[in-house]
Design a protein around this ligand. Structure first.
Ligand code: 5GP
Ligand code: MG
Ligand code: MG
Length: 176
């Protein structure tokens, strides 16, 4: 068990399970983009660790960039998604694959989709390591999912609780 601020968290997903899920996602994406040079776009802050491990497994030509969005305060999602760092790259005609740490309500995805509508991209795909199907309220298609999880608050592997826990190499869930 670990303590972050006022809350306790218990082990939930191991580093091995994460690696296994990422390996599967990478293989699938490599297959789907043969002959192309996709641009992976990580959604900061949470995705920094997923993107790093993902890129090390991805053996084909590709580019990587980041965008920064934020919607969470504490352990509750807010409907207001802010774009904190924008894209400074021309993505016209490119195959863009968003890499998310986690998709919860889907508010961030809707916001991202809007943003990329204005760019004339060739493909717009979404990959997420973690997905909470019970919390998802949107109809934006998620193309690649690593691990489906119940509607619980998790930390670790890039995900934080008020700034803490991002450096944990495995995932913990809020103790009930
Ligand atoms: P959404 O917009 O899909 O509701 O939420 C997306 C963002 O909320 C994620 O990128 C992540 O930053 C945060 N988030 C959603 N669920 C969790 C969770 O279980 N734990 C943590 N630490 N952050 C979460
Ligand atoms: Mg995220
Ligand atoms: Mg957060």
């Amino acid at each position: 068990m670990i303590q972050l601020h006022d809350k306790q968290f218990v082990p939930f997903i191991t580093a091995k399970e994460i690696e296994f899920a990422l390996t599967k996602m990478v293989a699938q994406i490599e297959d789907d983009f043969i002959g192309e040079t996709p641009v992976f776009i990580g959604v900061l802050n949470g995705s920094f660790m997923v993107v790093s491990d993902f890129m090390k497994l991805y053996k084909k030509p590709c580019e990587v960039s980041f965008i920064k969005m934020a919607s969470y305060e504490g352990t509750e999602t807010t409907n207001d998604v802010k774009q904190l760092i924008g894209l400074n790259q021309d993505l016209t005609g490119r195959s863009v694959i968003i890499i998310e740490d986690i998709v919860d309500t889907g508010n961030t995805l809707v916001e991202l989709k809007e943003l990329f509508k204005k760019q004339n991209v060739k493909h717009f795909k979404i990959a997420t390591l973690f997905f909470k199907p019970e919390a998802y309220t949107k109809d934006v298609k998620i193309d690649y999912v690593g691990i489906r999880i119940p509607n619980k608050f998790i930390v670790g592997y890039g995900l934080d609780y008020d700034g803490l826990g991002r450096n944990l190499p495995e995932v913990y869930k809020l103790k009930e």
